[in-house]
Design a protein around this ligand. Sequence first.
Ligand code: OSB
Ligand code: MG
Length: 370
Amino acid sequence: MFIERIELRYVQIPLKSHFETSFGRAFGRDTIVTTVWADGVEGWGETPVEDGPWYCPETVETAWHVQRDFLIPMLLGQRFETAAEVFGRMALVRGHAMAKCGLEQALWDVEARQRGLSVAALLGGTRPRIESGVSVGIQDTVDELLALIEGYLAQGYRRVKIKIKPGWDVDVVRAVRARWPTIPLMVDANSAYTLADADRLAELDEFDLMMIEQPLAYDDIYEHSLLQPRLRTPICLDESIHTPAHARAALELGSCRIINIKPGRVGGLSQARAIHDLCRARGVPVWCGGLLEVGVGRAHNVAIASLPGYTLPGDVSASDRYFERDVIVQPIALNADGTIDVPAGPGIGVAVDHPFLDRLTVRRETFASA
Ligand code: OSB
Ligand code: MG
């Protein structure tokens, strides 16, 4: 693959309704959609940043800067045998996983299209459908939360994740469990607690949760290893895991029993696959998280979630979970049984809705090889 041209688009898309986590309430999504042309074939990727450094330190502006000034010059005019090499060729840049992800994903799409395969097949995916779960934000009232969950269950979603924070935790989970005693249920704290809250978190043990996601600091691995033995509920790490080395450290220390792998957080699909492989070799379940991706990143999430070690339903939901209209022609849809089909290809298997994407694009820059 000879890289001829790369385009970045700053895209702003409204959300159907607000999404609230322990770090704030979002009403829209700011993201970067990336296109790469190689050997005349185009590929698409997403850099799933946000407008501010809330979930991770990267933002639209930092990712744009790092892509324009450092990563794109490493790729333009270069040749690659396979997309699996791309992450390594960007190694001189430390961190900036999301900026790397958008570019790397686009090359997986190019390579898959060139080979006439789906990205899922190229990655080694084995499932024709993935099990879909839904992440439900913090609401103003428990009644609003229950009504939302009822709607998602009626659509078929196979597991429910609720966001928690101090003051919106044990009583809320108790109310959800009282209504649905057996649904697959989990919580995500997005780092809202400290080790001093261990007894409070242990109160969640009685609700038979699948896991509690990222209870402690976003950059911690060690303290989670002190918390896990005090809980019966498995800990799942999200924010703390950026590399296979972090995953290994967390598993060796006993900091978690499950890992949420998001391609954006770890630098793309090859790194996501490497963490998957490491966990699978140890019998540790993983699932695919999300960052409210538009159709492009969502399709890549569907592809990676088809790997055999993604044994738990993830946060990869249908396009209409977040968007009135997605940037792809055929939105990603939920089957009545709560699964999502893995497109058979070629590439990511979804077509960009160009006129609509153009309307949402607030900035655009193209880079061509000399
Ligand atoms: O922690 O998993 C998270 C959304 C934004 C930032 C962080 C998280 C989330 C979600 C939603 O939980 C995932 C999704 O539906 O895409
Ligand atoms: Mg999370």
